[in-house]
Design a protein around this ligand. Structure first.
Ligand code: ADP
Length: 612
């Protein structure tokens, strides 16, 4: 699955990184955007509020005039009564109180109704009794003046304004009354406060902690969400200053660390002397951005999660054929050539699988051929061994006959011969002996290789064996001018082996040592115990064997390149036979040698064990 992980890494890491970068960029952008847009948003909110106020004022005026015309019984009868000119004054007053008050309260407004006698300006304030307006001088009031100049039957509707004492927004509607002879007799007016509507506007939510307030032309807060703020003088505030100068716009309020605290929008209302200010704390504006960012982040995490799962599945699918391919390659690597490589589609992996399968088939084919060749070789080898053994037999029989005849002739048994003839026959006889011995060696070798040589295993004493060896070779060694030494640890354990063949081993090794040691050398025989074996060695001080030659010297028919080998060398079978004999005993043979210094042939033979 390694490749799947890599794929995931290559796809997912850049993807997630770019998503993250995008997200951060979007966040930064949206924050900057928000800061700028917040002002505009506040201003448009302020405009909306002012529009609503205007709309309401229009509507109120309409309502009021209808109210006045339809419900107010401001006719002569009523005015006369109310002004105390009639006996029905109390009755009318009660009627007005209940009717108007109820109507006004139903509409959620505060209402006052006034009747003013024009001679000497005395007023009867019927409903608004908390303040005593009796004998109040209204002559300075705009609505009063405007009403006085009205013609008969006309109604004056004032613009929205703040009430004098309580700074409440109000609208008033008034009428002038004439007596029978056309003299101005009195003024009747209806005043309605529209506080509730302002409250509605002021309580309009501006974010969570934002607020709206209204200030008058003196910079005094006349309406505020927080009632304790009403009456505060905010003339010193930048926003108030601007708005008092008749401007509209937005402003940023900062703390002493230059951190933005507030965003404000300010706007003069079309209502006389009223200004609107909409404010929102900056933290709230950015909190919106942060909330947005959190949403983004959640979205991002969800996306990453989804993409990961999808990528995992896709990568898994994509790499499945590769994993199968890997498994197949491993199987082939382990030598199982019978399992077909699964085919998978027509893409690169598919053709790779095809190639791998082709490789497997070729390999299988080669292996089969190799096995066959090996078998053939083995057969050939056996055939050769058989041939050698048969040939040796067939050669030995006639040779024995020849030798017998040669000896008969040589001994003069078949008639007299002269000295010269005898010498030649002697040479012939020696050559026959060499030939017989060579055939014997070949026969042995063939048998050893065919594992058909029979061994007569017996208990042998190494010391005795070495004595015998010395007796056997002594003469030959000395005839070459060499010395013979024996180094044997006493006591040595008995060994188990074929007496005659072990003598052959020594004979061969000492023969080589003698042959391949020029001048007068030293030939030594050693023996010492070695973990269940006795290790024998034949050492010489001769020409030595090069490291290139060492691996081959135990091969059949091998002989070295040294001139002395060329001169004295034999058929190259001696060491092959020696190795065969030693290994047939369960021992080992090896050589250590240094060119021009000498060689040491060591071999081991097993210690004798009872019952074996
Ligand atoms: P050969 O009949 O030629 O002696 P062997 O099988 O006995 O055949 O030895 C194979 C070859 O190993 C020799 O031809 C010779 O090159 C090398 N060899 C064997 N014994 C010795 C030795 N004692 N010193 C140097 N070379 C040796």
């Amino acid at each position: 699955m390694k490749i799947a992980r890599k794929l995931l890494l290559y796809i997912l890491v850049p993807l997630i990184t770019s998503l993250l970068i995008l997200n951060i960029a979007f966040y930064l952008y949206s924050m900057a955007f928000l800061k700028e847009k917040a002002s505009l948003m506040l201003l448009s909110q302020a405009k909306e509020i002012s529009n609503e106020i205007r709309y309401y004022v229009q509507r109120s005026k309409g309502d009021l005039s209808i109210l006045l015309i339809n419900r107010m019984v401001m006719d002569y009868y009523f005015v006369y009564s109310a002004l105390g000119l009639s006996d029905y004054a109390e009755e009318v007053r009660f009627k007005i109180e209940t009717d108007f008050l109820r109507t006004a309260e139903e509409k959620g407004e505060y209402a006052a109704i006034r009747l003013i006698k024009l001679d000497g300006i005395s007023a009867i304030d019927i409903i608004d009794q908390k303040i005593d307006y009796h004998h109040f001088d209204f002559s300075k009031e705009a609505w009063f003046q405007n009403t006085l100049s009205l013609g008969k039957g006309k109604t004056y509707i004032s613009p929205l304004h703040l009430s004098k004492e309580r700074k409440r927004p109000q609208v008033s509607i008034s009428r002038l009354y004439y007596n029978g002879v056309g003299r101005k007799q009195g003024v009747g007016s209806l005043h309605i406060c529209v506080n509730k509507f302002f409250r509605k506007i002021l309580e309009r939510p501006i974010g969570e902690n934002g607020y709206t307030y209204l200030a008058d032309k003196d910079g005094i807060i006349v309406a505020h969400k927080d009632r304790t703020k009403i009456g505060l003088n905010v003339k010193g505030l930048e926003s108030t200053k601007n708005v008092l100068a008749g401007q509209s716009g937005t402003i940023t309020e900062r703390d002493e660390n230059n951190k933005i605290l507030m965003k404000k929008a300010y706007l003069p209302l079309e209502i006389e002397g009223l200004y609107l200010i909409v404010a929102q704390p900056m933290s709230e504006i950015t909190a919106f951005g942060k909330r947005q960012q959190l949403l983004n982040l959640i979205f991002l995490i969800a996306t990453v999660f989804l993409v990961s799962i999808i990528s995992y599945i896709v990568a898994g699918r994509f790499t499945k054929p590769l994993s199968e391919l890997e498994a197949s390659a491993t199987t082939i690597g382990l030598g199982n050539l019978d399992k077909q490589v699964p085919r998978s589609g027509n893409d690169e992996i598919g053709s790779l699988a095809k190639t791998l399968d082709l490789m497997r088939l070729n390999l299988k084919d080669s292996m089969t051929r190799l096995e066959k060749a090996n078998e053939e070789l083995h057969e050939l080898d056996q055939l050769k061994s058989m041939f050698v053994s048969t040939a040796s037999h067939e050669l030995r029989t006639p040779l024995t006959a020849i030798k017998a005849y040669v000896e008969l002739i040589k001994d003069g048994d078949l008639g007299p011969i002269n000295e010269q003839q005898r010498d030649k026959l002697e040479i012939a006889n020696q050559n026959i002996d060499r030939l017989v011995s060579l055939i014997g060696v070949l026969l042995d070798l063939a048998r050893i290789e065919a594992k058909k040589l029979e061994f007569r295993m017996e208990r042998l004493e190494p010391a005795k064996l070495i004595d015998e060896v010395i007796r056997l070779v002594e003469e030959m060694v000395h005839s070459f001018g060499h010395q013979l030494q024996v180094l044997a640890d006493e006591p040595l354990p008995s060994i188990q082996g074929d007496h005659d063949r072990i003598l052959r081993v020594f004979e061969n090794l000492i023969g080589n040592a003698v042959k391949y040691t020029p001048g007068q050398g030293i030939i030594s025989i050693e023996a010492r115990p070695s973990e269940g074996f006795v290790r024998f060695a034949v050492k010489d001080t001769g020409i030595g064997i090069s490291s290139q030659e060492i691996p081959h010297i135990f091969d059949r028919f091998y002989h070295g390149d040294h001139p002395l080998v060329k001169k004295r060398g034999g058929a190259g079978l001696g060491l092959a036979i020696v190795k065969g004999i030693v290994e047939a005993h369960g021992g080992e043979i090896w050589v250590e040698s240094e060119v021009d210094k000498g060689s040491a042939f060591s071999f081991t033979l097993p210690v004798f064990r009872n019952g074996k």
